[in-house]
Every structure is written in C-alpha cells, then in structure tokens.
Ligand binder design. Sequence first.
Ligand SMILES: C[S@@+](CC[C@H](N)C(=O)[O-])C[C@H]1O[C@@H](n2cnc3c(N)ncnc32)[C@H](O)[C@@H]1O
Length: 385
Amino acid sequence: MDKGYEVRNLGQPKGVGLFATKTFEENDVIFEEKPIVSCQFAWNETYEYSACHHCLRPLESTEENLRRLTGNRALVLPLPDLCPTNKRTHVICDDCQVKFCCEECKNDSIRLYHRMLCEKFNPGVCQLKNAWMGMHYPPETATAMLIARLIAMVEQSDDKERMLASFLEFDHKLTEPEGLVVAKLLGQEGARNLGVLSEVIPSVFPAATHTKGLLTMDGLKTLFTLVGKNGQGIGTSVFAEWVKKVDEGDPETQASVEGFIASAYQAMEERVGSFLNCEGSGLYALQRCVNHDCDPSADVTFPHSDYTLALVARRKIAPGEEITTSYLDDCIMDRSRHTRNKALKEFYLFECKCNKCLEQADEPDVTSDDDDMISDLEEEEDSFS
Ligand SMILES: C[S@@+](CC[C@H](N)C(=O)[O-])C[C@H]1O[C@@H](n2cnc3c(N)ncnc32)[C@H](O)[C@@H]1O
C-alpha cells in the first residue's frame, strides 16, 4: 500500500530526504512514529517536572501542573474531568523508584535498557547524571543520558549487531572542524567535558562488548555528533492536553474557561517563560530523514502528549515534493538568510541549501539586529554552561 511518502537520496550535501508520493492537504498527518530511543532531560526532576521515565507522558494532574508552573498553590482547575492524567495506572521500578505512566512502559523500559541502567544496581548511572548536570545546565539539548540509553539498548539486545547498525544509520559524520562540534554539544569547556565523560560513561558499562569502540574519546564524539545532528526535541504538557480537550468540546464550555486559560498562560509566561513542557530528546527512524527548509512544508508535533511524533502538513504538498520541516524557532525563521544560516551552523552544524536560501544567496550578509539576536541566544546558552 502507498504510504504517501518515500525516502530518496539527494546526494551531497543534503543526503537523504523524504518525498511525497501522494497529495497531502493542510493539517493532514503524514505519519506517526515512536522513537527508537528517547530520554527526558536530566534537569527535569530538579525542577519538579514529572513524566514517565519511558514515554515522557506527564504524571501530574493538570491542576498540580498549573499550581507548580504558576506558583499559585491555591489554584482550582475548572472542568477537572477533562484532566487526562490517570494516576491509577502509574507504577514505579521497585528497585530505583523511577516512575512510569503504566505497566507497559515499565516492561518496555526493562526489556530495552533499564536492566542495565537501574541506579540501584549500577551506581555509575548516578555518577553520569551528576557529571552531566555539572557540565550542562538548562536549556538542555543533546544529553549524555540519551547516549547511555542508546548504549544500553545495544548491550541488552538479543541482536546487538542489528541494534547497533540501526543507530549507525543516523548521520554521524563529523563534517565540521572537530573542536567546533565538541564545543557546541558540550559547552565552552567542551574538550574538558568530553574528557570527563570518556571516563564516566565506560564505567557505566564495564561489561560492554559490541559498544566498546563507542566508549572511547573518538567513539563518544561520534555519538554526540549523531545525537546533535539527529536528536529531536520532545515536549509534553498535561495542560496543553487539557486545553485540547476543551477545544474539542462544545462552544459554551469553551467560552466558560476562555478567560481562565488566558490568565493561566500569562501567569506561566511570567514565572517560567518558555519552560512549560516536560522536555527530552529522541531519535526517530523516519523523522531523521526529513531535511530542514526555511520555507518548510510540515511541522513536528506530539499530539498524544507522549513521545509519539506526528508529522503534520503545514500546507498542501504535491506528489514529488520534498517534505521538510524547520529545525529553527519561528522567530529565527523570519530573519535574513545570514542569520538563519548562522543559527543552523551554530546549533545543527550545517549550511542550508534549501531553495529559499539559494534564492537569497545574493542578499547582503548581515544586519545588526540579526547579529545581536544570535549573540543573545549564544549568551543565553553560555550563561548556563
Ligand atoms: C536529521 S538529518 C536529515 C537527513 C539527512 N539528509 C541524512 O542524510 O541523514 C540532518 C542533516 O541533514 C542535512 N541537511 C538537512 N537539511 C539540510 C539543508 N536544508 N541543507 C543542507 N543540508 C541539510 C545536514 O547534514 C544535517 O546535519
């Protein structure tokens, strides 16, 4: 059956890309997929963001979530029946107490990686988490914990070679000067941090067989490049899910909570800014084939408030057209070609060859506003590292 898309090789520099084989209308779901591996960011727990250790589904009730994010401990949620959290299904690992939204996630986690990464039996995991948190403050991007989970998945697998090969299919070529890659993914102290990680990560896997080559300094550079180039941010929010349910209801109910929703968002904006969601990152087998475009045809969404990714058409896509997303935030997408490319080089390590950039190739290189904005972004990142 025609799925409506296919992967094609475009040659260098873009590599593979995803192409439509049928027409997609605006808002059509092109595909949905779960990640091969995913992980919450290490700092979430410190800030009391609570989500399933495996699928990132929020574990708080909507009311608890709003109270925490607005700082208003007396807040009462209207329409509590629309809260999607079902605490009756929540379970924990009896050994290390990490939380799961349901038995199925717990079983999947144990089957795939948790036997090797349970902190009760592997103290190296806690050391790695502390080392990572000591070198990489929020906002997190690549995470050493995702890399640990990837290694554990290979070592725990019944078919280690196939599992390793499935990860190495992701683009992991070091095309930029090595120092730049290391600095971008591991902060200003990149080289020193890499040295620390190259001692701590192998101690988490003393009996590694198939991943031994990845547990060296060079191997870790490869893994950080892989995660840096392909890692997809995941964001889940129980409040956003509650709002979605309100929007699906009748207009009278919607009108009754319109003011409440607006003031809740305002209060959260004032207190936590953009840190509304429980965040993590993952590697997705199909989404990893989707190239960036400065005029993208699709958006990445997380419609079930867990790690399930849905690629949704932003506009009509014709058969034969490349399906693309934007790797950049909307605010940078409105800027000049120079600024967009500066951000893509800085954060994603490549120079954009999309049609819009090629058409704008003759535009002057910079405006002072744009430069200031990227410097602000860099300062924001560096102030945490
Ligand atoms: C997530 S992968 C996308 C799939 C990739 N084309 C491949 O062959 O694996 C991201 C990488 O694709 C390439 N890429 C994506 N969008 C691009 C663009 N607009 N121009 C040039 N290269 C691009 C870059 O090498 C980037 O690091």
